[in-house]
Design a protein around this ligand. Structure first.
Ligand SMILES: Cc1cc2nc3c(=O)[nH]c(=O)nc-3n(C[C@H](O)[C@H](O)[C@H](O)COP(=O)(O)OP(=O)(O)OC[C@H]3O[C@@H](n4cnc5c(N)ncnc54)[C@H](O)[C@@H]3O)c2cc1C
Length: 400
């Protein structure tokens, strides 16, 4: 067997979380860093994501990191490719009386967290989304500062920026194992072994298996979620806002060349990232068609270009898992984004980079990552199922 290469930190996974972390660590001169992915950046959920970036979230910490991501995506897009990021605003509405009662408190809560949101009436919605009809909408909110990013392009920007700063990307080599041996973490691929005192699980839906294999199970459940690109006639302008119908659980964002991207809610069963069905289901496409007929008649004849699925990663409390893995010296995680990892990756990875640079035992982990530290789940993780993330209400047990 060949001798193992040495690194200071090995990052497992080159999706947007792993690549953004490499970018931030490289800027901090954290020593030799290797990012390993058996596929390519964007091969996982990132390359299949919608890329809506919104501060209309259910947790203050999430709002703060998403705001940091937004600022970073805007700056990186300006430097690398302005077409990958745009502020287009985001509207959400409901016709359900009980959910409508939760909209005003949601606006109040979000404003208290510094989020720019305001109520919007059906006429206002119709002005912004001419393809829609909203006479039955009881309550709606509008966030003018929300935005969209092209997830695969931002992933590439992070990876290329990290590469230029000296990070070694090891891509496309089959995975053999990842384990602790002789006081270090060792990654073994088909043709290379790398040993490092510190390692970061950034492998999205694959993190569960890696953590189990390393002997440190984490409370993660991978689940499938779907999206589709459609071509309406006439084409939609790039200024179309992103929208979310809370009752139908359908969201839409503008895509390039006048197209739109529409997505569906969470599938509440565990999926295997190795064997999941990557195409869109008939049920999903049918639900979109029905939703368009009732809510967006202007898009009901839109041509379906492509529908697909990706695998996201749920945690029991819908918050991410970021920071030191309890009981595992030198092992960290940045995963469990519950379907919202693109919008959080920039901000969260900057915080984790700061914690990693400060070194083991530094109190910055509690300050920067308090609500998402993996140590909040004591003992062996019990079974749980994914719960919808995009809720109107805050807290761990939302009704809407
Ligand atoms: C249809 C859909 C729509 C979405 N829409 C949005 C949205 O609008 N906004 C938003 O914020 N989020 C959205 N998401 C969620 C978002 O895609 C994820 O939260 C985010 O991409 C997670 O990034 P990641 O880097 O953690 O994981 P991934 O992008 O999944 O990357 C994990 C990487 O790990 C690699 N890997 C696999 N095995 C190993 C191994 N053994 N060792 C090392 N690496 C390994 C994989 O090849 C992959 O490249 C959406 C997801 C889907 C599927």
């Amino acid at each position: 067997m060949t001798a193992a290469d040495r690194a200071e930190i090995v990052i497992l996974g080159a999706g947007i979380a792993g690549s953004a972390l490499a970018h931030h660590l490289a800027g901090r001169h954290a020593g030799p860093i290797v990012v390993y992915d058996p596929a390519t950046p964007g091969a996982g959920a990132t390359g299949r994501a919608a890329g809506i970036v919104t501060e209309q979230l259910w947790d203050r910490w999430d709002v703060e990191v998403t705001r940091a991501s937004k600022a970073e995506y805007a700056a990186l897009a300006l430097r690398w490719d302005p077409s990958v990021y745009a502020v287009n605003g985001f509207a959400r509405w409901t016709r359900d009386p009980a959910a409508a009662d939760a909209v005003a408190p949601a606006i109040e809560r979000l404003r208290a967290w510094g989020v720019h949101v305001e109520p919007i009436d059906p006429a206002g919605l119709e002005r912004r989304v001419p393809a829609g009809r909203f006479p039955d909408v009881r309550a709606a909110m509008w966030g003018p500062d929300d935005s969209v990013v092209t997830p695969s392009a931002m992933n590439e920007i992070y990876a290329e920026s990290a590469r230029r700063a000296g990070v070694d990307f090891e891509l496309g080599l089959p995975f053999k194992r990842f384990h602790r041996t002789d006081g270090a973490w060792e990654l073994e691929t088909a043709s290379r072994r790398i040993r490092s005192p510190r390692a970061v699980l950034a492998a999205g839906a694959w993190s569960k298996r890696l953590a189990n294999g390393a002997g440190h199970p984490l409370p993660l459940v991978p689940y499938r979620t779907q999206a589709a690109v459609l071509r309406p006639s006439p084409p939609e302008p790039a200024t179309l806002p992103s929208v979310h119908d809370i009752d139908l659980d359908v969201y839409v964002r503008p895509e390039s060349n006048g197209r739109i991207l529409a997505g569906d809610g969470t599938e509440r069963v565990e999926a295997d990232p190795e064997t999941f069905r990557p195409g869109g289901d008939e049920a999903f496409v049918g639900h979109l068609a029905e939703s368009f007929a009732s809510r967006f008649p202007g898009w009901s004849e839109a041509e379906m270009v492509r529908a697909w699925a990706g695998v996201c990663t749920a945690t029991p409390d819908r918050r991410a898992l970021v920071g030191p893995v309890p009981g595992a010296e030198g092992l960290h995680a940045i995963t469990g984004f519950n379907g919202f990892g693109v919008m959080r990756a920039g901000g969260v990875s900057a915080r984790l980079a700061e914690v990693l640079s400060a070194g083991e035992g530094d109190p910055s982990a509690e300050r920067l990552l308090g609500p998402v530290l993996p140590g909040r789940f004591a003992g062996a993780p019990g079974p749980f199922l994914p719960r919808p993330g995009f809720t109107l209400e805050a807290g761990d047990d939302p009704r809407f």
